[in-house]
Design a protein. Structure first.
Length: 280
């Protein structure tokens, strides 16, 4: 992906090193525990997030200055370019539909941070909070993504574009429609609806890649494959297998690796946004 020297978003909030937990930090074990909670009990990641908050005590401000490595700072700058690309591309798509796109902020944090959806934790992975319309990302997740078998700049861009997809769903009212349907469903219905929402966010990430390519010619060879690999890595069946849990469809909240790749690809090839409709 060609990104150096391109516009960086001013909607990135740098909260690295600003907050710590009262007690000890959650490490990799906490992440696995959170994933097991999501898959075994079919919990909404946001609920897990709140539970972790209750377990982990108060968030405290840290007065330690944060010193990122040169490599981390490069990733930070890259994220700012990707967010700027989502602003420009979605701005254009909305404008063509006679609407105005109001972009989300992206908060880069370490360890934990307060959000309108409870305490955001690294253990939860990147997420979008509709309450404050912000995306939360701990850059250490990107190392985790690599260890799950997805690397490369478009893999990272896909993750951000997926979260921006949730913001688009919030603006268009898809999120609230799904939440309403979920409130009338049992557990398996709630999960099935959640899968539809997540696959649509993958489709919207594909739409973003397609339109950004038309606008900027930013793709290099192998980039789309990187995004597809990332979509496969975060498939429910893959994560469950990696966590030692046999995959069960009823417990899926995001879709299988195959579905996530299909929906990303559907967006990448979409002729109109309607190609990302999931039937809710
Ligand atoms: Zn999502």
């Amino acid at each position: 992906m060609l990104w150096k020297g391109r516009r960086q978003s001013s909607n990135v909030e740098d909260r690295r090193g600003q907050f710590v937990r009262g007690g000890t930090a959650i490490g990799g074990g906490g992440i696995i525990m959170a994933l097991i909670a999501v898959f075994l009990f079919g919990q909404d990641p946001l609920v897990v997030l709140e539970n972790l908050q209750q377990q982990s005590g108060a968030v405290q401000r840290s007065d330690q200055p944060y010193q990122p490595s040169a490599q981390e700072q490069e990733v930070f700058n890259f994220v700012k370019v990707v967010l700027a690309d989502t602003e420009d591309t979605w701005g254009q798509i909305f404008q063509q539909a006679g609407q105005r796109y109001i972009p989300p902020s992206l908060v880069i944090f370490t360890d934990m941070t307060p959000t309108a959806c409870g305490t955001g934790q690294s253990a939860s992975g990147p997420f979008y909070c509709p309450g404050d319309q912000k995306i939360y990302l701990d850059l250490s997740f990107l190392n985790q993504l690599q260890s799950m078998g997805a690397s490369g700049d478009l893999a990272v861009a896909y993750v951000i574009a997926h979260e921006v997809g949730h913001h688009v769903q919030t603006i268009t009212g898809v999120s609230s429609r799904i939440r309403e349907l979920q409130s009338q469903s049992g557990r398996s219905g709630v999960n099935a609806l959640q899968v539809k929402m997540e696959l649509q966010a993958d489709c919207l990430a594909g739409v973003w890649v397609q339109h950004t390519q038309k606008r900027t010619q930013f793709l290099e060879s192998g980039d789309v494959e990187e995004a597809m690999q990332a979509a496969a890595a975060v498939g429910d069946d893959n994560i469950m297998r990696k966590s030692g849990i046999p995959p069960r469809r009823e417990a899926f909240t995001h879709g299988s690796s195959k579905e996530r790749m299909e929906w990303f690809n559907r967006g990448f090839k979409a002729r109109t946004l309607e190609d990302c409709e999931t039937g809710v």
